[in-house]
Design a protein around this ligand. Structure first.
Ligand SMILES: Cc1cc2nc3c(=O)[nH]c(=O)nc-3n(C[C@H](O)[C@H](O)[C@H](O)COP(=O)(O)OP(=O)(O)OC[C@H]3O[C@@H](n4cnc5c(N)ncnc54)[C@H](O)[C@@H]3O)c2cc1C
Length: 467
């Protein structure tokens, strides 16, 4: 619970700032903001839905004065506990700040409020021949503010990078209510410390993002999708590494193993070859002639690595059919398993076959069901541990398996998270990757910007060093 608790007086002041209808306190309302797309939940004491940056500033001043925890919330789709109000306090829902404020086609930039839905932003800019590549597979539910706060990626990250590669500027309300503005519409900007990057991926722990200026690029002329089918999972992983080694960077290279395909086919059949051990879904984009040439080269490389077949989509409909299974995969696992734990281990691309093999060994060692999928082209694997938190004996093995996956990931030069962030789920491992000095620098930054530790407390790392 928050240190002081929410008094009637605080509620009255919140109502005066944002309007009574935008302050929720009933248990039925609070429960809707107690969870994310992961496995942990905790009730907030109040939910506030501000409509302007000035209101956010006043709410933060009030919260800071009263030492009240504040957890910003976008679409609530993160899977690492990042938006769980673990210390009670307030959830600040961004949903009313949902306008695309400007699309400046001449400068190829857009200025948006944080609650703009990611997929509708994609559609809007694409109508103008522009392109915003970051494409978390939750795009129909997630928000741009949440994407910036988590530094979200997606399949297209392989060629186009992640959200931080597109943030040119932002406005954020600090813990004490001051309004910070950094960056803007210029493509180049090397002035001062890079506060844009500091806030991008800060998971709501340093400020409330209230406006974002995003870089856009020209929409690729065309694209081509293909499905490479493998009778050996490791051949599939080797094919991914071989394509990169051949200096081809497709838009996306998505791996699904046999277990993933079987789950998809029993829940949302879309014609995946369940007798195969793995498929790699590959997309290339660019000009017509280069796309055809790249597709041919990739096909040859996959066949040389042992693919039994490479299917090329001939129409947009066929391409959408090939993607349907990949898009449905996470939801299918969530439907089949009471507690699906999605991991995000990311390794140097050449280590992909090794890591895939290691995860399978770990699954067998701890007798766990761990289908593997992921954005394999950038080394970002999503092994999904399908378990049931009510089964305590199994959960003990799950935790051992997760420890082992992360130890291995770090030891071969990988990272805890390629895109999903740290939140609560991975904070205990953060020192393994950052070391003591790295974590202490992060604590000092947090202390400087949020001395009362009210912004999303307990996420990414704990403030107090463990004794
Ligand atoms: C089915 C599924 C598929 C997914 N696929 C991908 C994928 O391919 N790639 C990927 O990267 N992620 C993926 N995710 C994870 C998730 O969708 C992303 O992390 C996304 O960016 C979260 O956005 P959101 O709007 O839902 O944010 P939320 O979940 O609401 O919040 C995420 C974090 O951001 C903070 N936050 C939210 N808004 C603000 C703000 N305005 N200012 C400051 N902090 C804020 C919150 O406090 C929290 O710490 C997937 C999730 C699901 C359920």
């Amino acid at each position: 619970m928050s240190k002081k608790g929410i008094t009637k007086d605080i509620i009255a002041q919140l109502c005066a700032i944002v309007g009574k209808q935008n302050v929720l306190t009933s248990p039925e309302d609070l429960v809707c903001y107690s969870y994310d797309a992961g496995t942990v939940s905790h009730l907030p004491e109040v939910v506030v839905i501000p409509g302007t940056v000035e209101e956010i500033s006043q709410v933060m001043e009030l919260a800071n004065h009263n030492r009240l925890p504040v957890v910003p919330r976008g679409g609530g789709t993160n899977i690492c506990g990042a938006s769980i109000p673990l210390s009670g306090g307030m959830v600040m829902v961004m949903q009313r700040l949902n306008r695309i404020m400007e699309i400046d086609a001449d400068n190829m930039v857009a200025v948006v409020q944080p609650a703009v839905n990611t997929a509708s932003f994609h559609a809007t800019v694409e109508e103008l021949g522009l392109f915003y590549p970051p494409d978390p597979q939750s795009a129909h539910m997630s928000t741009i503010g949440g994407n910036v706060a988590q530094n979200a990626g997606g399949p297209r990250g392989l060629k186009f990078g992640v959200t931080r590669d597109y943030v040119l500027g932002l406005q954020a309300v600090l813990a004490d209510g001051r309004i910070l503005r950094v960056g803007g519409k210029t493509i180049k900007n090397v002035t001062g410390y890079d506060l844009i990057r500091l806030f991008t991926g800060s998971e709501g722990t340093l400020g409330i993002i209230t406006e974002v200026t995003l870089r856009l690029i020209p929409l690729p002329e065309t694209n081509r999708t293909m499905l490479a089918i493998f009778d050996d999972l490791l051949d599939g992983a080797a094919a991914v590494a071989a394509v990169i080694k051949a200096k081809i960077i497709p838009t996306a290279m998505e791996l699904m193993d046999q277990e993933t395909m079987k789950l998809v086919e029993t829940t949302k059949p879309c014609g995946l070859p369940v007798d195969a051990q793995a498929v790699i879904l590959i997309q290339v984009d660019g000009r017509d002639n280069e796309v055809t040439e790249q597709a041919e080269r990739i096909k040859k490389l996959c066949l040389a690595c042992g693919a039994r077949e490479v299917k090329l989509a001939r129409t947009e409909k066929e391409s959408a059919e090939l993607w349907a299974g990949r898009r449905a995969a996470f939801i299918c696992m969530a439907m089949k398993s009471p507690t699906p734990i999605v991991e995000d281990a990311t390794v140097p691309r050449s280590m992909l076959p090794h890591m895939v093999n290691k995860i399978k060994q770990i699954a067998s060692k701890y007798d766990l069901f761990i289908p593997i999928m992921g954005h394999a082209g950038d080394g970002n694997l999503h092994p999904i541990i399908c378990t049931d938190e009510r089964n305590q004996a199994e959960m003990a093995r799950v935790h051992q398996a997760i420890d082992e996956i992360f130890r291995e990931t770090i030891s071969i030069g990988g990272t805890l998270s390629g895109e999903h962030g740290i939140g609560l789920a991975k904070r205990k491992y953060i020192e393994t990757e950052f070391g003591e000095v790295g974590v202490s620098v992060m604590r000092q930054i947090k202390q400087a910007l949020d001395p009362n530790h009210i912004l999303n407390p307990g996420k990414v790392f704990v403030m107090e060093k463990a004794k």
